[in-house]
Design a protein around this ligand. Structure first.
Ligand code: B12
Ligand code: SF4
Length: 579
């Protein structure tokens, strides 16, 4: 077995961790693409919903987790521009630069390695994240180490730290810079769920799943927190530091780890925690819990793979996913369904039916992605063996992001037609089910009506916590949406019914707030529509954050010179600490 590289400087190694540079939502020579913005919903979920699209950014959580677990001085640069990246390299001495990337951004990683060699020739370059599975990457980028899998352990070994020490959790919100209906929401403490990262990988091991493949494949995953007790402790700390009561659980199949989840439920009950959890889960796993358990655990949002009609995935076997979605929504649990376009059995003559089936789930949100054999997955190995992958001359890697083109020869769908079917899926879902925000308002109202008088005060408290948003923000948004759709009788009638539901439940105050705030929102929506028509896009802000050791180093360096170094923009101390 090759020995693990070790830094001669140990925990004195000065580390820079960085994500790839932007701007992202533009077409450029480094591989940015207009249709591939650094946003979750706009990129792959509410893509065609215009002013109703949920716009939001997410930090590079993998980098944050690694920084939180480093004893060496470590600076994190998230979402730099290329110029800012050069500036940071020029004005600092780093012994190591770590870059995190996915396959799509390989051109940027190559450019960043080139820039590091130019400006910091002595620095060691480490590249990690999903890009590491890309075959032949060592010939495409000039890095010293390409790391597959978990970077926390890799860095601990590299820096001479105890690799089995408890994992420290970063303290961060799940999203920032949220914008909807043309309104930018303030990033107030408590307004956005905390990010919680219990594990990476997924033991279910679906053939196309790169996240599962990355961390060991079928039967494997890496648990940063093995027990419900450990997780509970982390959550209490996030609750107190971020003033939150909701958590976005970044774990591909959180409920799969049943013992941990049920212990968490016990602790939540014992300590009266009225938390909300947003989770990813396969249908089969979610079905293995009773509704009482799901509600008790505070599950209020589920991201669930629906994949496709009659698809053969074990995680869906014998589950009526339409019935499941209906039931979850009736209990106030919002569902983001995920469907694939381009499965083996998809043909031009059945795709209409495939799309109808997906849309008929009536989920709150719907993600559609192209079936894409990603390096490292069993599906990729299968296509490689069959010789059905497109070769380098036929594809460009920056376009293989699941929203543009296949990277293989589909048995039935002619090349170039996949975009058409994908867009049709998004558009039909939007036409039939309306804006996701209205669906979410529907689900929230149902949840409130069902549980507001629940016998358990912990459950009641959770719904009471949400009610001020439901009776004001959601009601006003539905008011504005009803006006927006006044020329479309079917949608207007549906929104009208929903609004009446709000009025019946919450009375005249909500009626008044909805009309006043709704008018304001309508004006915002019109302004946003005009901006989008002119081609506006949104980019995440840049973060430049030093851990305690990096800040101490900076202070030591400043003292003898008696001259403060001008900070490069915002320098924020990180608040990660032992959990
Ligand atoms: C959050 C997220 C995003 C965020 C971006 C956040 C960001 N700042 O980059 C958003 C929503 C914007 C996004 C967008 C996209 N994403 Co995305 N995203 C994710 C998601 C859901 C979570 C990532 C995460 O935080 N995981 C938790 C952390 C702890 O794990 P991690 O990032 O893997 O990091 C660990 C290791 O990888 C490693 N590591 C990571 N970086 C480094 C660096 C070094 C130096 C080292 C040593 C180790 C190391 O150590 C970490 C700790 O163990 C993953 C799926 C998943 N569950 O992982 C998909 C995923 C990463 N995304 C993916 C894709 C395809 C995209 C898009 C192209 C999607 C699209 N078309 O719709 C766009 C690209 C946008 C762009 N312009 O670049 C794929 C990548 C596939 C691949 N093999 O390349 C994934 C795996 C989803 C999937 N299964 O298809 N994404
Ligand atoms: S259940 Fe979801 S996360 Fe798990 S392997 Fe399948 S696609 Fe991946």
């Amino acid at each position: 077995m090759p020995s693990h590289p070790v830094s001669p400087l140990g925990n004195k190694t000065r580390v820079l961790l960085t994500s790839v540079f932007g701007p992202y939502a533009q077409d450029d020579e480094f591989g940015s693409r207009t249709i591939n913005p650094m946003e979750l919903y706009q990129n792959q979920v509410t893509r065609v919903q215009g002013v109703f699209s949920l716009r939001m950014f997410h930090r590079s959580f993998g980098l944050m987790l690694m920084q939180a677990n480093m004893d060496a001085p470590c600076t994190l640069l998230d979402f730099p521009t290329r110029d800012r990246f050069i500036e940071v390299l020029r004005e600092n001495d780093y012994d190591l630069v770590g870059i995190s990337s996915i396959m799509t951004n390989i051109g940027k990683v190559a450019e960043m390695c080139r820039l590091i060699r130019q400006h910091l020739p002595q620095a060691t370059i480490v590249v990690g994240g999903h890009i590491a599975n890309f075959g032949g990457i060592e010939n495409c980028v000039d890095a010293d180490h390409i790391v597959k899998g978990d970077g926390v352990r890799w860095f601990r070994r590299y820096l001479g730290q105890d690799e089995n020490a408890p994992v420290r959790h970063p303290v961060t919100n799940s999203g920032h810079g949220t914008r909807i209906l043309g309104l930018k929401l303030p990033d107030k403490p408590g307004s956005t769920a905390a990010m919680l990262i219990p594990s990476v990988g997924c033991p279910v091991g679906c053939n196309f799943c790169s996240t599962s493949a990355m961390f060991g494949g079928k039967g494997k995953s890496i648990n940063f927190y093995e027990t419900g007790d450990e997780l509970f402790e982390v959550m209490c700390r996030l609750e107190s530091e971020l003033k939150v009561s909701s958590f976005f659980v970044m774990d591909e199949n959180f409920l799969f780890h049943r013992k941990r989840a049920l212990r968490l439920l016990e602790l939540m009950e014992a300590q009266g925690k009225s938390w909300s959890l947003y989770v990813f889960s396969s249908a089969k796993v979610i079905r293995s819990y009773s509704m009482e358990q799901l509600i008790g655990l505070g599950i209020s949002w589920v991201w669930m793979g629906l994949e496709g009609k009659d698809s053969q995935y074990a995680k869906l076997s014998r589950i009526d996913t339409r019935e499941l979605v209906r039931e979850l929504r009736d209990h106030g649990i919002a569902v983001l369904g995920s469907s694939i376009i381009g499965l083996e059995e998809h043909r031009p003559d059945n795709l209409d039916e495939v799309i109808d089936y997906a849309v008929s789930h009536g989920t709150d949100f719907h993600q559609f992605m192209l079936y894409t054999p990603i390096p490292g997955t069993p599906l990729h190995a299968e296509h490689l063996a069959k010789g059905t992958l497109l070769d380098d001359a036929e594809i460009s890697i920056p376009d293989i992001h699941g929203q543009c083109m296949f990277n293989f020869r589909h048995a039935h769908i002619p090349a170039g037609q996949e975009q058409h079917y994908l867009l049709e899926a998004f558009q039909r879902d939007f036409r039939v089910n309306g804006p996701s925000l209205a669906r979410l308002a529907e689900t929230s109202l149902k949840g409130w009506q069902r549980y507001k008088d629940h016998k358990n005060p912990r459950i009641r408290a959770r719904y009471k916590g949400d009610v001020s948003t439901i009776r004001t923000v959601y009601a006003a948004a539905v008011w504005a949406m009803r006006k927006w759709y006044q020329e479309e009788p079917a949608m207007a009638a549906r929104l009208d019914g929903l609004l009446k539901g709000f009025y019946a439940e919450f009375g005249w105050i909500t009626r008044a707030v909805a009309a006043v705030v709704g008018r304001y929102l309508l004006r915002k929506m019109k302004a946003e529509e005009a901006r989008l028509a002119k081609g506006w896009s949104y980019e995440p802000q840049t973060f430049f954050e030093k851990n305690a050791q990096a800040l101490a180093l900076e202070r030591r360096r400043e003292q003898p010179v008696q001259k403060p170094v001008a900070p490069l923009g915002k320098v924020v101390p990180t608040n990660a600490g032992p959990c």
